[in-house]
Ligand binder design. Structure first.
Ligand SMILES: *[C@@H]1O[C@H](CO)[C@@H](O)[C@H](O)[C@H]1NC(C)=O
Ligand SMILES: *[C@@H]1O[C@H](CO)[C@@H](O)[C@H](O)[C@H]1NC(C)=O
Length: 230
């Protein structure tokens, strides 16, 4: 067994033992599912939270525009969180049969009159789609620049993010029995906030695990297999 692997396992042990116990236990399965879907979502969230994402991976996420520390900074504090949420929203649009858009367009909270006047269900959804009020011009610039490479990376290396959203929405949509009216859209938006929360916790854990790589074992980082064997 190589020294690097030992260090890796040691750090994993520390992480598993104490510091991050609470994010792990809060990776809870949303309720009200048939057990097969619940188990799938549970396992996939666990897999997401235990994914190793190295410096090189993070550089790839930025389309190799940013190197090393800057790539860490942007992915840790921004890209993982925002891009996974946007992937979630595009899965929601797709589940509802709506066309894709650029979901980080800046906008205001819609007025009751605007909602009332929405000519179609999709137009109504567009007004109600969850978004972050604090998205500044800098944020939208970052997303314009890095979204495509970051989303492509996540689909390749952390495909569970999209899968969890898709599976969850499929299941919840089933309970609407094809009735996609305004109430149905409101219901699905509520489901988005629930599953977004679970994915967010898994991502927070993934970023904590990254400590493994910051301690000088970059060249031979823990693989998922190392972690599974542990
Ligand atoms: C989900 O995972 C946790 C451990 O991470 C486990 O305690 C729980 O029983 C699992 N639930 C299901 C439905 O598999
Ligand atoms: C998704 O969840 C995170 C964590 O709770 C939250 O900060 C964020 O606002 C949520 N996003 C949306 C669009 O609801």
């Amino acid at each position: 067994m190589s020294t690097k692997l030992l260090i890796c396992l040691f750090i994993s042990a520390l992480l598993n033992a104490g510091a991050f116990a609470s994010p792990i236990s809060t990776t809870a399965t949303p309720e009200g599912f048939d057990s097969e879907t619940a188990i799938f979502i549970n396992e996939t969230l666990t897999k997401i939270s235990n994914t190793c994402v190295t410096t090189r991976d993070r550089e790839e996420m930025t389309g190799n525009i940013l190197k090393n520390r800057m790539a860490w900074l942007l992915t840790d504090t921004f890209l993982f969180r925002e891009v996974s949420e946007i992937i979630g929203k595009s899965e929601l649009r797709s589940a509802l049969g709506f066309s894709p858009t650029v979901p980080w367009t800046r906008r205001e909270e819609p007025s009751d009159e605007e909602l009332e006047a929405a000519p179609t269900i999709e137009a109504y959804y567009n007004l109600r789609e969850p978004f972050r009020f604090f998205l500044t011009l800098e944020h939208t610039f970052l997303l314009d620049t890095y979204f495509n490479t970051a989303a492509a990376f996540l689909d390749k290396r952390v495909p569970g993010i999209r899968l969890v959203y898709r599976k969850y929405f499929e299941e919840k949509l089933g309970s609407l029995h094809g009735k996609i009216n305004r109430a149905g859209v409101d219901f699905m938006i509520k489901q988005f906030t629930v599953i977004n929360q679970s994915v967010y916790l898994a991502i927070v854990h993934l970023n904590h695990l990254a400590a493994c790589y910051k301690l000088g074992i970059e060249e031979n980082p823990c693989t998922d297999r190392d972690r599974d064997n542990f």
